[in-house]
Design a binder for this molecule. Structure first.
Ligand code: K7E
Ligand code: CUA
Length: 659
């Protein structure tokens, strides 16, 4: 509040100096007269004015943070500015996206085809957890990854052009969840499982659940130079058919390890009314198992050839994982969700949907317990570390704790789904000196609107979180926005965490009216170095190099016929396509190369071809190739779909297909 008053004081002094009258009013408390009048007229409180000042971003001013958010059932990824909460981009990932011309004839088609399941097109995805690439545990701004829970797929987005470059279908899983997250140097992008199926999802009756169904965690090796996952260097670990849920990678002291919560250690198979329904069957036990996985050792085991190849993918069998000491369990209460490693890697925090506590595990204690050995085993033979040997603390927060993120002040923030609140609580150990409160205690519960799922913090999953903002990703919005029918938007709420103690405040509501996002990561904007225009004319965004078929000036544009193949080299620049008229015979095979030779920022042209489902976005410098058979005879128009100039409507041509 002190800061606010200083700002307001400064404002009124400035305005007074300009010869304008400034009168304090109860609503505005030192606001200049006209601003105070607006505040009074709109019924704004001091808190509202504070929130406005914290989020208002004047035209042309840029946000200090960029949020990469899941796009849920749209299969896409959202890019937002923080704190303005302006949506900057929607990236087509698992589904075609017309604005970017993604999936309508250009290079995006190839990427989407990589995501086909058994050769069949999948028309949707359900993105859950974006993961930014890291170097030494810090976001490096190079790549973003995201999973498709619905079909067990993973996508790679290159942050040089915010374009999806690769989709991988997991050959052994049909559904996933606990991904994506990266190891501290992005050695691996990890995809955790969810609903167990037989490996390769072949048919097996539920009566054989215990023997045939399995969980499967995948370590996708990432080749940074190529900007692609290298499947030949990737491996999986077979897990018991407990429903593994959320995972996180260890860092610093716990680098080399991965932690996944799970539920359904009951091995429930549903089937009400003859058997308990899933929601009862999977919550019978008071505890499930936190999975503690040694990925560095698993990598050695894989490289030593101790994995089996299943559907072309290396799988470390469960028995091998046990024998080699790759997998340990420790109990976690109750109906767990979330698994979040602290910035220094010392602790793992797990929420329990049906337990009012978060449970904090000590990596150090876990290591000591593993060294001492002598554990009981679970029914599959996996060693179980007793809770009193792994747990550091429990903090009672309230109802429905799910996910936890961190800041720079030694606080943790946990989403409380049932309480609809963000809980701020204190970390202990090396973090205790950073805050004035007792370690491991609840500091504040801030109501949010409503039913918060994930929570995201500025630089929150790094070794050094920032601590200005968290964003509550609320599942319900109920009364927050104008009624637009029974399907309501989600609500992203920006929360100010810049002050210590119980001073968290909700600053801003952003309705998300296109799907239910799950998770987001927030990166410092200056870590991103995207292209302003493609670096050279003729740039192929797939190979990230100049395309051999690019043409750089209108003189090179041409049409060549070779038998029944017609090849076109087209130049695209304001406000003209060269050539403007293309005539082929019905049945000809058409290969159409287009190059946007513009060098000015924002000078994007589209290329829409009526009747042929072809639609490209050609950003400055970009080259694309479309290939198709001219099966439909007739007269077709192609035209620019971006209003690029005063003569944009004239940027058009005819495609004539002679019967
Ligand atoms: Cu990360 Cu929504 Cu997939 Cu929790 S899940 S809320
Ligand atoms: Cu080019 Cu409109």
């Amino acid at each position: 509040m002190k800061k606010l008053l200083t700002v307001l004081l400064l404002l009124s002094t400035l305005l007074a100096a300009c010869g304008r009258k400034s009168t304090a009013t109860p609503a505005g408390g030192g606001l200049p007269a006209d601003a105070a009048a607006v505040a009074a007229e709109r019924g704004l409180t001091q808190d509202d004015i504070y929130a406005a000042l914290k989020t208002y971003t004047p035209s042309g001013q840029l946000d200090p943070y960029i949020m990469i958010a899941s796009g849920g059932q749209s299969g896409q990824v959202l890019v937002l500015g923080v704190p303005s909460m302006r949506i900057l981009k929607v990236i087509g990932v698992f589904t075609p996206e017309p604005w970017q011309g993604y999936g309508f004839g250009g290079s995006g088609d190839k990427v989407l085809e990589e995501g086909y399941v058994d050769g069949k097109e999948i028309k949707w995805g359900d993105t859950h957890h974006p993961g930014l690439s890291e170097t030494k545990g810090e976001y490096d701004g190079q790549f973003a990854f995201i999973n498709d829970k619905a079909n067990a797929r993973l996508a790679v987005i290159d942050l040089r052009d915010f374009d999806t470059k690769q989709i991988i279908k997991n050959p052994n899983a049909i559904v996933d969840h606990g991904g994506t997250f990266v190891t501290p140097n992005t050695e691996y992008v990890v995809e955790g499982p969810q609903y167990a199926t037989p490996i390769g999802w072949e048919y097996a009756p539920l009566a054989e659940y215990k023997d045939k169904y399995r969980g499967l965690i995948t370590f996708w090796a990432f080749d940074r130079l190529k900007g692609r996952v290298d499947e030949s260097k990737s491996f999986q670990i077979e897990l018991p058919p407990y429903w593994q849920d959320l995972c996180d990678a260890g860092k610093a002291v716990s680098d080399g390890w991965v932690f996944c919560n799970s539920f359904n250690t009951e091995l429930a198979t549903g089937g009400a009314p003859d058997a308990p329904p899933f929601e009862a069957g999977t919550t019978k036990n008071d505890t499930d198992y936190l999975h503690i996985i040694n990925w560095k050792k698993a990598e050695e085991v894989f490289q030593a050839g101790k994995a089996e190849t299943i559907n072309g993918m290396a799988v470390i069998r469960l028995q091998t994982a046990i024998d080699e000491g790759l997998l340990y369990f420790t109990p976690e209460p109750k109906s767990p969700h979330g698994s979040d490693v602290t910035p220094g890697g010392e602790y793992v925090v797990v929420g329990g949907k049906l337990d009012p506590h978060v449970t904090i595990y000590s990596f150090d204690k876990i290591q000591k317990a593993i060294a001492a050995g002598g554990f009981e085993k679970d029914q599959y033979g996996v060693p179980v570390i007793p809770l009193d040997q792994s747990m550091e603390a429990q903090v009672e927060l309230g109802l429905g704790p799910l996910h936890t993120v961190y800041d720079d002040k030694g606080y943790a923030y946990t989403s409380l789904f049932l309480d609809s609140a963000v809980a701020r609580w204190t970390l202990g150990g090396p973090y205790a000196s950073k805050h004035p409160e007792q370690p491991w205690t609840l500091v504040q519960k801030l109501p949010v609107q409503y039913n918060i799922g994930h929570i995201a913090a500025a630089e929150g999953d790094t070794a050094s979180p920032d601590g200005q903002y968290v964003v509550a990703l609320n599942k319900w919005s109920i009364d927050r926005f104008a009624n637009v029918g029974p399907l309501l938007p989600q609500n992203f709420q920006l929360v100010d965490i810049s002050q210590t103690g119980d001073q968290m405040k909700v600053l801003y509501d952003l309705p998300i009216g296109m799907a239910e996002p799950h998770y987001a990561q927030i990166i410092k904007a200056d870590k991103l170095k995207p292209f302003e225009v493609y670096p050279e004319v003729g740039w192929n965004p797939d190979t990230m190099s100049v395309d051999p078929n690019a043409v750089t000036e209108p003189a090179q544009a041409r049409v060549e016929r070779n038998g029944s193949t017609v090849e076109i080299w087209m130049v695209v620049v304001r406000s003209h396509y060269t050539p403007e008229i293309v005539e082929v015979n019905q049945g000809d095979h058409v290969i159409w190369h287009l190059t946007n030779i513009e060098r000015q920022r924002d000078a994007t042209h589209g290329f829409g071809l009526s009747g042929y489902n072809i639609n490209l976005s050609l950003e400055p410098g970009e080259a694309q190739t479309v290939e198709f058979d001219a099966t439909q005879p007739g007269t077709f128009a192609f035209f620019c779909t971006e209003f690029c100039s005063a003569l944009h409507l004239e940027m058009a041509g005819y495609f004539l297909v002679k019967p």
